[in-house]
Design a binder for this molecule. Structure first.
Ligand SMILES: [Zn+2]
Length: 62
């Protein structure tokens, strides 16, 4: 059984706390098991804290 990896969009929504409880749980569950997504999450979170959200999203889109 293979879990689908998280999209960047999903990770951002998770960081911004825009997800419902069920989706948050899915994301947390996946982050614990998937080093790649976890790394992506850590990077996004660092970026999120470093710069305002709107600018951060622009940077990530490039
Ligand atoms: Zn993954």
């Amino acid at each position: 059984m293979k879990n689908k990896c998280l999209t960047e969009q999903k990770i951002w929504e998770y960081i911004d706390q825009e997800l419902g409880r069920r989706e948050r749980m899915n994301v947390e569950y996946h982050l614990k098991r998937c080093p790649e997504c976890n790394e992506e999450y850590q990077m996004s979170q660092t970026l999120h804290m470093a710069v305002p959200k709107i600018i951060a999203k622009k940077i990530k889109v490039q």
